[in-house]
Design a protein around this ligand. Structure first.
Ligand SMILES: Cc1cc2nc3c(=O)[nH]c(=O)nc-3n(C[C@H](O)[C@H](O)[C@H](O)COP(=O)(O)OP(=O)(O)OC[C@H]3O[C@@H](n4cnc5c(N)ncnc54)[C@H](O)[C@@H]3O)c2cc1C
Length: 449
């Protein structure tokens, strides 16, 4: 299970414990349902209540999806961004199923316009097209939004375009559902519930406004400047930025930020990157970036002094304040970035804990920062080694881990893992097999798909 952490962050961004978060989530999605039940109305057939209940739950879950967008430190910093995003994806599917099912359960209910003697719609469900049209529009839009998100990687459009469409689509659905719930809903039409739905929608839409309007406005006064761009391997770059007229970023080694280089702070052209530098090294922040797509392939062309904006720090990949006697750092490819930040911090602060690094790559020219990493307690692994290769060969798998770590180290150390999904799956499974407690496995995935 990735992204598991028991570390608490200090200060105003202190993340909440996972159990507390789950309770908050359940409370938020069930609140309208419970209130609707309390507000009540004359009894109806069970299938009608179920239909309304599913609709209410679906709308509440859809509103909560805004908060689960991954940009709220209090939500994602303790459970991990990857877990937050997977939960967001899973709940979207559940909400979709509830929403699609809900109108069909009104079966055998008499239909017709609102009757003056039946304000709570006990006897009929509305067929007034103006009330239903918003629901029908949302009914068509919602599956499109979810399907486009599921099939995003197979469709040939830019990530930024998809993100914009996803945000606008979600806003539209929230507005349509608010109208539908208030005008066509048996419970939503009651003043208390109208107030509840309005408040919940305002919070959700407000959270989006915070991410795309207020946070960029705040960041505008905290710009950064690119100080250097260096090639570290044929396809990996080191990009360093320095604060422009402010004190910099308060972060822990291993965390990540959303980086925007060369665009306005309001631009959607920003990408998540782990910080490869150590806070103890000073205010400059550096990144290790692998060429992958639109932005990353152009990193080599970025000129010094270009303006940049950093939104963060995010993430829970940190060994700060932990009590284990040793730290195992396991990286594959560009997954070295956060691991390097942690290693640098441990070395700069003369941390007394034992450290072992396992770093896997395909070929020798992909090994980044080889000299800086040194040789002591460093295991370099190549799957496609040259003939004179002295290090380990193959993949970073269970057999390799058994050669590097003792049974006691598996049980007592904290393991930090970052790399390609297949490597992470192998490592996490093996650690659990070797009785490493799950709260001692810290991991960050670079992809949510
Ligand atoms: C927490 C985290 C930390 C990361 N750290 C590093 C790192 O240290 N070094 C590194 O080289 N890569 C890192 N990545 C991966 C990096 O974000 C992507 O490779 C990069 O965004 C690709 O952008 P692109 O424009 O080059 O490619 P595109 O073709 O635009 O995108 C390729 C894929 O990258 C992902 N992606 C692109 N933009 C975003 C975005 N704004 N938000 C989320 N995902 C996006 C999507 O899955 C997309 O399909 C990290 C990813 C995450 C989630």
């Amino acid at each position: 299970m990735p992204g598991i952490s028991i570390v608490m962050e200090n200060g105003s961004d202190q993340p909440m414990k996972p159990l507390f978060l789950i309770i908050c989530y359940i409370a938020a999605v069930t609140l309208p349902l419970i209130l609707s039940w309390l507000v009540g109305g004359p009894p109806r057939a069970f299938h009608q209540e179920l239909a309304s209940g599913l609709g209410i739950l679906a709308f509440a879950m859809i509103l909560m999806e805004f908060v689960l967008s991954g940009r709220f430190k209090n939500v994602s910093n303790d459970i991990g961004m990857d877990v937050t995003m997977r939960f967001h994806q899973m709940m979207a599917r559940v909400a979709l199923a509830f929403a699609l099912l809900h109108p069909f359960l009104y079966r055998s209910t008499p239909v017709g316009g609102p009757r003056p003697w039946d304000p709570t719609r006990q006897l009929v469900i509305t067929t007034d097209i103006s009330d239903l049209s918003s629901g029908i529009a949302a009914y068509l839009l919602l599956p499109s939004l979810v399907l486009l998100a599921i099939g995003r990687t197979k469709l040939d459009y830019k990530y930024e375009t998809w993100r914009l469409m996803h945000g606008i689509g979600a806003l539209l659905i929230a507005a349509l559902l608010l109208h539908h719930t208030v005008y066509a809903g048996r419970y939503g039409s009651q003043p208390v519930m109208t107030g509840v739905w309005l408040a919940m929608t305002a919070v959700s839409v407000g959270s989006l406004c915070y991410v795309y309007l207020l946070a960029p406005l705040r960041d505008k006064t905290r710009g950064w400047r690119v100080t250097s761009v260096k090639q570290v391997t044929p396809k990996q770059w080191e990009l360093t930025v320095a604060p422009d007229g402010h004190s910099g970023l308060d972060y822990r080694a291993g965390q990540f930020v959303w980086l925007n280089v060369g665009h306005d702070s309001f631009s959607m052209k920003e990408n998540p990157f782990s910080i490869a530098s150590a806070p103890a090294a000073g205010p400059e922040v550096s990144f290790m970036i692998k060429e992958f797509g639109d932005f990353t392939r152009t990193v080599g062309q970025i000129k010094p002094d270009t303006v940049a904006y950093l939104d963060g720090p995010y993430g829970s990949l940190s060994v700060e304040g932990r009590s284990e006697p040793g730290i195992a750092l396991i990286a594959g490819g560009v997954g070295l970035a956060p691991v390097l930040g942690i290693l640098r911090q441990l070395r700069l602060t003369h941390d007394p804990r034992k450290v072992k690094l396992v770093y896997g790559n395909r070929s020798v020219d992909q090994i980044a920062y080889r000299e800086e990493l040194g040789q002591e307690n460093v295991t370099l692994v190549l799957s496609d080694p040259p003939e004179d290769w002295q290090g380990e060969t193959g993949f970073v798998d269970g057999a390799l881990l058994d050669r590097v770590f003792s049974p006691q180290e598996f049980k007592e150390w904290v393991f930090v893992v970052c790399g390609p999904p297949i490597m992470m799956d192998l490592v996490e499974d093996h650690l659990l097999k070797r009785d490493t407690p799950s709260d001692r496995i810290l991991s960050e995935r670079f992809s949510y798909d």
